[in-house]
Write a protein of this length. Structure first.
Length: 489
């Protein structure tokens, strides 16, 4: 059957639409079934394109995806980066256009190297390799991965086996096989059925409870980011978190959690506040809080520290480019200074850090942005019974960003068979069980606290043991049959 062809303009419009459909698979829309449709729209007619045309198709897909799904960066740049509207729009456009290069490069390489033979197989493998590239190149940005949306779909039981990239691979295969099915290649129905029915036979529980559930109180201060780092903001932060803590001081909580950088000051300055708060808590209660640290060498760290019935600290390892550190500083410092933008100055913590110990259990950590990195979280989960992520999603404003962030935290819980505690400055504060289900959730944009129970877990899922590399290797193997072997002249 001849390859499907359509005009270049229509192809680009379909690609932009496919990017928008991928955003609709993510929170808050959660239309997970659109994932294979989005892949199918890109796969349709791909073998008839030149490498340049395929790259343009991929770039258009990226524009649709990141333009609709990650444009919340404008809120961070304009509202809290104190950047004028024209410059904020320009920087947001550059951000979206730059991220769109990832699918563009992926499709360019695919058409450069692969032919029509078993295209449905090789295209799905190339899709996952493209997501892998986006995960680590230029520090990585694994936001809006195709598999993230499947946390609520029938494919979800695959997550503890291969993580988000296995979900992406199965979703992409469903899309390409669906196109083959529309071409009346009826054999394609069999692998689709196998991929979607196999979860019925997979284990529903890979880990088991360890000890008694812990009572937790997550405090949400809802501080105005615009004034947080002023003197008034510091006083208000101290007042809100000490008062919220005091209201829970007489109850038997095992863990009280403050969010990322809860007090807008360095740990040394905050110590008197911590000591006063700790003196009012029962001796068996642990207080964990996000706080900025400054060491004797003048280096700054974004950290979590434990007080009371807790020991240890964690320093954020994977920093946010431009938000917490300046990549290519020697080249970009003058540009940042010219536009009078804030200069980030955080230092990454050590790659290998032990979990915190609190309330008689081990707690792995991921500060804010780190929760989107599946393998980094799995490395923490290998040595931890619980996972904690503290965040300041105030930077996202009232956009869809915080809801996408929560969805990724849910998938980390499912991948590792661990309960996740998520404490944020203004939402979404939540507790998540080992199946990725939200068990309790606080309203956004309110000064409030969330109480509930979390269960420490023991045992490791297959994904926690291996991480993502087996799926990346599988994706590369799936591409091999489609590679074109050049004949010698």
């Amino acid at each position: 059957m001849p390859a499907f062809r359509h005009s270049p303009t229509l192809g680009c419009l379909l690609a932009v639409a496919a990017g928008g459909l991928t955003t609709l698979t993510a929170s808050p829309f959660e239309l997970w079934w659109l994932g294979p449709v989005a892949v199918g729209l890109i796969y349709l007619g791909i073998v008839s394109l030149t490498p340049g045309q395929a790259a343009l198709r991929g770039w258009c897909y990226g524009l649709g995806l990141f333009g609709s799904g990650a444009s919340w960066v404008y809120v961070s740049i304009h509202d809290y980066g104190y950047t004028g509207v024209p410059l904020a729009l320009l920087l947001t456009t550059l951000f979206v256009a730059g991220l769109a290069l990832f699918p563009a490069v992926t499709l360019w390489l695919y058409r450069r190297l692969a032919g029509p033979r078993l295209a449905w197989l090789s295209f799905a493998g190339a899709w996952v390799l493209g997501e892998w590239l986006r995960t680590w190149l230029f520090t990585g940005f694994p936001w809006l991965l195709l598999g993230t949306s499947q946390v609520d779909s029938p494919l979800a039981p695959w997550a503890p086996i291969g993580g988000v990239y296995l979900l992406s691979l199965i979703t992409a295969l469903t899309g390409t096989l669906g196109v083959e099915l529309l071409r009346r290649r009826w054999w394609a129905a069999l692998p689709i059925a196998a991929l979607w029915l196999a979860p019925l036979a997979l284990p529903t529980q890979w880990t088991s409870p360890s000890g008694q559930p812990l009572r937790v109180a997550l405090l949400q201060g809802n501080l105005d980011q615009a004034i947080k780092w002023t003197a008034d903001g510091q006083r208000e932060a101290v007042h809100r978190y000490t008062e919220l803590t005091r209201t829970h001081g007489d109850e038997a909580y095992d863990l009280i959690i403050w969010p990322e950088a809860a007090l807008p000051m360095f740990e040394r300055e905050a110590r008197p506040v911590f000591e006063r708060v700790q003196s009012q808590l029962p001796p068996d209660t642990a207080l964990l809080t996000g706080i900025l640290q400054r060491d004797g060498e003048g280096l700054y760290y974004n950290s979590v520290v434990g007080l009371g019935n807790a020991q240890g600290e964690y320093r954020k390892t994977h920093l946010v480019p431009f938000g917490e550190y300046l990549p290519l500083e020697s080249l970009l410092a003058d540009t940042i200074a010219f536009f009078n933008l804030p200069m980030p100055a955080m230092t990454p913590g050590p790659e290998s850090q032990p979990p915190l110990r609190a309330a008689g259990t081990t707690i792995g950590n991921a500060i804010c942005y780190e929760i989107i990195y599946a393998d980094r979280v799995a490395a923490q989960a290998r040595h931890s019974a619980l996972l904690l992520t503290v965040s300041n999603d105030t930077w996202f404003g009232r956009s869809i960003g915080p809801l996408q962030h929560l969805q990724m935290a849910r998938l980390r819980a499912l991948e590792n068979g661990r309960h996740v505690i998520r404490a944020t400055s203004n939402g979404v504060t939540a507790t998540i069980d080992d199946r990725g289900r939200v068990t309790a959730r606080a309203p956004q944009f309110e000064v409030t606290s969330l109480t509930g129970e979390v269960q420490p877990m023991t045992g490791l899922t297959p994904f926690t043991r291996t991480g993502s590399w087996p799926v990346w290797l599988l994706a590369a193997v799936l591409v091999l049959p489609g590679l074109r072997l050049r004949r010698k002249q």
